[in-house]
Ligand binder design. Structure first.
Ligand code: C5P
Length: 300
């Protein structure tokens, strides 16, 4: 086998409840992940050494040195296998970079699955998820896909069975936000109030809306504890959220640590109309209609 291609989805968090800061610098979460049909592709080809190049819309924002998450994933997998392997990775980016849609985690997940195949390792997906968890909290979910409840720092996953499809429009902002900076701002805002930070719990009404495929129910229960921090760091996101609501979105929220904003639609045509309206909003680079749940990393 000389070349393998893997397709990996972006995600939105339909519930992101952030608990207290832990001693290891992470936060305990209830993180309800939902994979959507915006995909990066990772092509892995035979090579003597490990290297990466990036093509596509957001290519110039992705590092191509050893800090690249796909490179780190390939190195971690080779180390796990106890061998010196090489691979030439090409990432075709469609997921926004530093957008709160887990694009870097998607590329790491794609590299794990592609190299597992290219190198003939035959590791089960669970093993790849375990290796991926050390690379980033969202990597295991990019391998799993669908809809899932993440606990711990988001890496411990329980899949959820949902009904039908949910339709979304995503407004991609000019420029990204750093995830650690947004978590730190969340901590700072919380420290300024004296109230005790509650232990994160799954919202049963949100679960019911997901199970029954009810977008109106889901709209009432979407929640993101990182949203106030993202808005504090990027006040213009309030305008984007308001524009989507004014255009008729069932609900609007910041996706993960942002700055991408997610808008829930009643159906596919509604999502297309919302994206068209959002594309005209100041500060929005582009707007994309899509749907979920999407499958996790898949060999093409
Ligand atoms: O795990 P990942 O590398 O994607 O996390 C990026 C950063 O986000 C962490 O360094 C940390 O600052 C923050 N984070 C957190 N709690 C989590 C997940 C991420 O504080 N559960």
């Amino acid at each position: 086998m000389s070349s393998v291609t893997v397709r990996v989805p972006a995600k939105v968090n339909v519930q992101l409840s952030v608990g207290p800061l832990r001693d290891d610098g992470y936060h305990d979460l209830v993180n309800v992940f939902h994979a959507v049909s915006i995909f990066d592709e990772v092509v892995a080809s035979e090579s003597e050494t490990i290297g990466v190049s990036v093509t596509g819309e957001w290519a110039d924002r992705v590092p191509v040195d050893d800090s690249n998450l796909a490179v780190r994933a390939a190195r971690a997998l080779a180390k796990h296998a106890g061998r010196t392997y090489g691979v030439d990775l090409v990432i075709r980016k469609a997921i926004p970079v530093a957008g709160g849609m887990a694009g870097g985690s998607a590329d790491a997940a794609g590299a794990l699955l592609a190299c597992n195949e290219l190198w003939g390792l035959g590791l089960p997906r669970e093993d790849l998820m375990e290796i991926g968890a050390d690379l980033g909290s969202d990597v295991p979910f990019a391998l799993m896909g669908g809809t899932a409840v993440g606990t711990g720092r988001g890496e411990r996953l329980a899949p959820l069975t949902t009904r039908g499809a949910f339709h979304w429009a995503f407004a991609i902002a000019d420029g990204g936000l750093s995830t650690p900076t947004v978590y730190a701002e969340c901590d700072r805002l919380r420290a300024a109030t004296s109230s005790k930070i509650p232990w994160p719990e799954v919202d049963p009404d949100l679960m019911e809306a997901l199970r029954t495929g009810d977008p109106h129910g889901l709209a009432l229960h979407l929640a993101n504890d990182l949203q106030p921090a993202a808005l504090a760091l990027r006040p213009s996101l309030a305008t984007t959220l308001a524009a989507g609501r004014a255009a008729g979105a069932l609900a609007a929220l910041v996706s993960g640590s942002g700055p991408t904003c997610a808008f829930l639609a009643a159906d596919a045509a509604h999502a297309t109309r919302l994206a068209q309206a959002l594309a005209q909003t100041e500060g929005t680079y582009t707007a994309i209609p899509t749907s979920g749940p999407a499958p996790g990393a898949t060999l093409l």
